[in-house]
Ligand binder design. Structure first.
Ligand SMILES: Cc1cc2nc3c(=O)[nH]c(=O)nc-3n(C[C@H](O)[C@H](O)[C@H](O)COP(=O)(O)OP(=O)(O)OC[C@H]3O[C@@H](n4cnc5c(N)ncnc54)[C@H](O)[C@@H]3O)c2cc1C
Ligand code: FES
Length: 278
């Protein structure tokens, strides 16, 4: 559902950056407000196209959950190139362009009553956080909540305040790891798959959501499948180059799938056998 302000799906809506919070050397969280109290009306797992005049447009996942929207939404942006560096250079009060929300998002209603296992790697926590917080805000509707999160180093862990809160809750099984520790790091060291032996999984009642870099998917999928979780209950989010965001240009196409419209979240059952998907 697009924001009902401009008549064209290609024309960005002006929006205001109301708050900027640095998270790491590479990532900042931007709180965005649309004019006239318009709500973004997103689902967890959707993304927006963010544009800056004269620079360009980039797809960015919505990191806040609909349950915490409050008339604003959050984007966690890693600076890697032209658009994302320009977003990082903005000050509070700046105007950006927003199109969307786009994508199918996660069918969170279907997850109710199940054990929900999240495996997020690196920046993958940004989109995963939208689903995680929605699940936590409706905690009674889900069975076990298992969160596995991995980053390269302790300095690259995102949303450290929230990680501390999750660690303290006794209704979440939370495990975090880093590829390389430092002098202060007392936790697990190793890639995210080293966390899987710490959790017992009931494959008959588990839905798994994994979001992270492509290399992570290969190994996490092996773990999830070896635990017997059905292919249709394993969700992953694909990142592909995007342009229109609405299924017209073909930039994000993988065979018959359009990441921008059919995804970016797919089940492994949908992707299995699709060349170059995972
Ligand atoms: C559905 C979706 C959701 C995303 N969510 C987020 C998010 O929440 N936070 C975030 O920081 N980023 C996210 N990204 C990635 C983000 O869109 C890219 O980093 C951004 O488009 C880069 O634009 P740029 O102009 O800053 O970099 P450019 O100047 O275009 O490129 C910088 C470098 O990144 C490479 N690159 C650019 N875009 C991509 C891409 N899509 N895939 C692989 N390599 C690329 C280029 O080849 C180049 O090496 C998402 C991408 C998709 C498709
Ligand atoms: S980005 Fe144009 S079809 Fe998906």
């Amino acid at each position: 559902m697009a924001i009902p302000m401009t008549d064209s799906i290609y024309v960005p809506n002006p929006a205001t950056v109301v708050k900027i919070k640095p998270l790491t050397a590479m990532e900042k969280v931007f709180t965005i407000e649309l004019p006239r109290g318009v709500s973004l009306g997103h689902r967890p797992g959707q993304f927006v196209q963010v544009s800056l005049l004269g620079i360009g447009e980039a797809p960015i996942s919505i990191s806040s959950s609909p349950s915490r929207s409050n008339g604003t939404f959050e984007l966690c942006v890693r600076k890697v190139g032209d658009v994302t560096n320009a977003i990082h250079a903005l000050n509070e009060g700046a105007t950006i362009g927003v199109r969307g929300p786009f994508g199918a998002g996660f069918p969170i209603e279907k997850f109710k009553g199940k054990d929900v296992l999240f495996a997020a790697g690196g920046l993958g926590l940004a989109p995963a956080r939208s689903v995680i917080n929605q699940v936590l805000d409706e905690r009674g509707s889900f069975n076990r909540v298992i969160l596995l999160y991995g980053a390269k180093t302790p300095g690259e862990l995102l949303f450290k305040d929230e990680l501390a809160t999750w660690r303290q809750r006794d209704d979440i099984e939370f495990h975090v790891t880093v590829d390389r520790g430092d002098a202060d790091w007392k936790g697990n060291v190793g890639v995210i798959t080293t966390l899987f032996p710490k959790v017992a999984v009931d494959p008959r009642n588990t839905v798994a959501i994994t979001i992270g870099p492509p290399i992570m998917y290969k190994f996490v999928l092996m773990e999830l499948l070896s635990k017997g979780i059905p292919e249709g209950e394993i969700w992953l989010s694909l990142e592909r180059r995007m342009k229109c965001g609405v299924g017209k240009c073909g930039h994000c196409q993988i065979n018959h799938l359009y990441c921008c419209v059919n995804g970016p979240s797919f089940t492994y059952a949908q992707l299995k056998g699709v060349e170059e998907a995972v």
